[in-house]
Design a protein around this ligand. Structure first.
Ligand SMILES: [Zn+2]
Length: 600
């Protein structure tokens, strides 16, 4: 048994989630966490909404609301989106809590004291007519990298590169169009080169990473530069240093505070659990957490933050970079075990784009289809290690041909036949099991090692393929044995044995598929006459801010209950009722309907 941290990338709170957002790491991190819990590990799965930074400030300005109001709105919507998919967070919180501010400031102060955060004079923009500082979001110009003519002072929305206002070609003030004047100003920089050696040593010890992620991470070390971690902005975590704390025009950069969320959310979870120190079991490098495992899930555009920047912060905080130093109040902290990065999902051959309506939001999807239908698609055809295209035709095919005709059909016909002919789970007859019976049972039992091992290695596509292979074998067994032909009194006991074997394999396959399809797994557990929780679900709970701020919704749950990762013998004699279909067959007309919605 290990302590396993599942650290899931933080969605930015500027809109609802679309299925591209949840395909790469949202659902896969849940599959992993559910499996690890079923296998007996102590999992802590945390994330939250990322709510600071210029884009939220700009969007709030455009809508005439405060950034906090905008963040409140999308925090709530995103919590509902993730809840609808059944993602089993121990805590899904947000970055605007008192707890998060305190943890971010603790990391900043300690790293500053250890010499890893250094002040630097840079060129900042002021308005020539008023003499006042022009925040990054009020400066626009042409991107020096891609030539896009409306790049913002801190980032180009076209090519995604981070910028400085002074890099812009033809910079202009968005307030009055004047050309800003650049004057000397002080900002804080993270001294990344001071971690190059420690990071290289750490990366050299990593095993089992997807090769492209490891290669990409190593290459990043060749060109480490000090990186600005404060901005000219009012919306964010204040800089916790004398003379800076009370300044309203400088804030910690959003990416610096967001990566610290994994730690602050773990601490918040512990404070809410009644044991404020409990987070140490997943984090303390010198204590009870030293053998803990930490898996970080994200899209490939965020690798740098998880394989370079976050480890650098953890090293600096622990006093383990080139300049050494003393760990802060939280003690030395664990580096990630593995950075699990996914590729991108496209939609009908195009990039997801809310503005061009090449999008389907999670909430709209869940209004028309079941969560497990999407979870199944993501597991078998998601962007695990290649960019992947979502098409409605493929979604229809996977749902109807595999989920409904394969798994749904096996569940439905074996339970119906047993209910109709025996009223319950039939016993194995006196003649015992045949070779074919034993062979099928062995295939299902072997699935626990194979499927579990693959999920543990983040090869979920192959894992669900193996689970569905058990389903296919069971369907073939039923066709071969044809129990429906065994009608007379003499043949009925053998019919009972065949159905007993089939139902045992349904029960095993259901357990193998539980991490992927938790909603339907619970239903199938009940159809088999089971009671109680088989696949625990998260709930949305309104909580008070622990440090006096406004209340907010979190996603949390009790996942200590539910099925274990093992074959459980079914009980002969347990009553069964004729089942309703668990999965919905979709009409082919949905393809044209959805394509019409896409093109607007
Ligand atoms: Zn650009």
């Amino acid at each position: 048994m290990s302590h396993v941290l599942a650290a899931v990338a933080w969605p930015y709170a500027n809109g609802p989630r679309h299925i591209g957002h949840v395909s790469g790491f949202g659902v896969p991190s849940d599959v992993f966490s559910r499996y690890m819990r079923m296998a007996g590990h102590d999992v802590l799965m945390v994330s939250g909404t990322d709510e600071h930074g210029t884009p939220i400030q700009v969007q709030a300005d455009n809508e005439g609301v405060s950034p906090r109001e905008l963040a409140d709105r999308y925090n709530r919507i995103i919590v509902e989106d993730l809840h609808g998919l059944g993602l089993s967070y121990d805590l899904f919180t947000r970055t605007t809590t008192g707890n998060h501010y305190a943890v971010v400031q603790e990391i900043f102060e300690t790293m500053y004291r250890n010499g890893y955060i250094v002040p630097r004079v840079t060129m900042g923009a002021i308005s020539p007519s008023t003499g006042r500082t022009l925040p990054d979001r009020y400066i626009e110009g042409t991107c020096p990298i891609c030539g896009y003519d409306s790049a913002r002072g801190d980032q180009c929305d076209n090519c995604g590169n981070q910028l400085d206002p002074i890099d812009l070609v033809n910079p202009r003030s968005k307030i009055n169009g004047e050309t800003p004047k650049f004057v000397e100003t002080e900002h804080f920089f993270l001294d990344l080169p001071a971690f190059a050696e420690a990071l290289a040593k750490w990366l050299d010890t990593r095993e089992g990473w997807r090769p492209n992620v490891l290669r990409f991470s190593r290459n990043l070390l060749d060109d480490l530069q000090p990186r600005a971690i404060t901005r000219d902005l009012e919306w964010g975590v204040p800089i916790p240093l004398e003379g800076w704390r009370d300044r309203s025009d400088k804030r910690i950069y959003v990416w610096f505070d967001a990566v610290i969320g994994y730690l602050s959310a773990s601490i918040e979870w512990a404070r809410r659990s009644g044991d404020p120190e409990a987070w140490r079991k997943w984090w303390s490098a010198d204590g009870e957490g030293k053998d803990a495992l930490g898996y970080y899930f994200m899209g490939k555009d965020n690798i740098v933050f998880h394989s370079v920047i976050w480890p650098a912060l953890l090293l600096g905080y622990s006093g383990a970079g080139d300049r050494d130093g003393q760990p802060g109040n939280l003690g030395p902290l664990n580096l990630p075990t593995e950075v699990v990065s996914s590729e991108f999902l496209t939609m009908e051959g195009r990039k997801f784009s809310s503005s061009r309506r090449v999008v389907i939001y999670v909430r709209d999807f869940l209004e028309r289809y079941d969560a497990d239908a999407l979870r199944y698609f993501i597991a078998v055809a998601g962007p695990e290690s290649n960019d992947t295209d979502f098409t409605w035709a493929e979604f229809l095919r996977r749902n109807n041909d595999e989920l409904v005709a394969g798994w749904g059909n096996l569940v439905n016909r074996s339970i119906s036949m047993a209910a109709k002919n025996f009223g319950g789970i039939p016993p194995i007859d006196a003649a015992g099991l045949t070779e074919a019976d034993e062979a099928l049972l062995a295939v299902a039992r072997a699935g626990f090692a194979t499927v579990g091992d693959l999920i543990g290695k983040h090869r979920q596509k192959q894992a669900i393929g193996e689970a569905m292979r058990v389903v296919a074998e069971a369907n073939r067994y039923l066709s071969d044995q044809a129990p429906w032909k065994l009608k007379g009194d003499e043949e009925k006991p053998r019919m009972g044995t065949i159905l007993h074997v089939a139902l045992q394999v349904v029960s095993d396959a259901n357990t193998l598929l539980t991490p992927f399809l938790p909603h339907s797994a619970q239903k199938i557990h009940e159809l088999l006459g089971g009671t109680g929780v088989h696949a625990p679900m998260p709930s949305i709970v309104e909580v008070e801010d622990l440090d006096g701020g406004p209340s907010y919704p979190v996603l949390t749950g009790d996942y200590s209950v539910g099925a274990r990762w093992e074959s459980v013998p079914i009980e002969a004699g347990r009553p069964l009722a004729a089942p309703k279909p668990v999965f919905r067959k979709l009409d082919p007309s949905i393809v044209d309907e959805e394509l019409a919605r896409l093109s607007g």
